[in-house]
Design a protein around this ligand. Sequence first.
Ligand code: 3HC
Length: 322
Amino acid sequence: MFGTSQAGLVSMEHMPKSFILEKSVTAVILRGLKEMEIKKVAVIGAGAMGTGIAYVCATKGYNVFLRDLNEDLVKRGMGKIREMIATGVNRGKLTPKEAEEIMKRIKSTTDAAEAVREADLVIEAVFEDMDLKKKVFKELDELCPSHTILASNTSVLSITEMGSTTKRPDKVVGMHFFNPAYAMKLVEVISGKQTSEDTRKIANDFTISLEKEPVQVKDTPGFIVNRILGAALGEAIYLLEEGVASAKDIDKAVVLGLNWPMGPIALADFVGLDVVYHSGKSVADALGDDYLRKRSQPSKLLEEKVKAGHLGVKTRKGFYEY
Ligand code: 3HC
């Protein structure tokens, strides 16, 4: 959202040059989409993210198999997708004919083998639990054709560790979508230690084919967004706990003072407090005491910039050049 009117943080005039360049590179890649290798996608897990991802993939022309453990979960997931399609039509994003075609492109099953038998890409979106994810990846590795790329939609967990349970760690990659998937433009593409460059590129190009914007991230707890979001939501909840302000005023302050589309307390509710708790704890546990101690003071990098007189827009040089 950096530099967009939605965020309103900086005007175009003050946009760093590097950001503008990246947007035009993205446009060039978009024109080369005919070379896409992915045709069939399987999504494992029919919760909020799994259904959102399945919907986005189907709207961009991919055949999708949605899989969950039992009929109830699958039925509920397909119900959510039908609702998204109906809303898409009501909002003028889809024509009734497109809606019909999208629905035909999505199949569902409780049978993992059936879901992934012909998949070129599998996107796992099950509960954020490493043992569960490892079990799923091991099973996927056994069931999928040898060319299939295995992606995880994890928000915080290690792609390298998931890959290690398979015989194809080079074909395991992170593709972290954001909620609601139909509206959020970002996908974090995460390379584990053994993810091959080919796999990263396929995940990257696939993201672009969904008309989403990829960013490339190393395999570190929380990646980019949840490192930042965890800190921001965590601080907002501490403010509430300390009685500094009401939930409403914390949200109002951030919406009006930082131009966020919704305040951090409302966003925590929206994401799910269990998700916020577990992802915050998982990042803090994984990064350890050194991480927490360092965060109590400004970083060395910032100190160096200030000492060098590189103060940002006002000196035409900060982290970017202006
Ligand atoms: N199909 C296609 N498009 C649809 C749609 C559908 N089913 N339903 C809505 N849309 C479109 C709308 O038409 C609108 O498009 P437009 O911008 O072109 O007009 C857009 O999607 C947004 O529509 P909403 O009705 O949802 O609009 P709101 O203005 O109420 O926005 C919001 C809601 C998008 C949730 C906004 O408040 C927001 O951006 N909040 C922040 C969300 C956020 O931060 N998400 C990230 C959470 S963190 C996460 O997911 C990571 C995880 O790992 C924890």
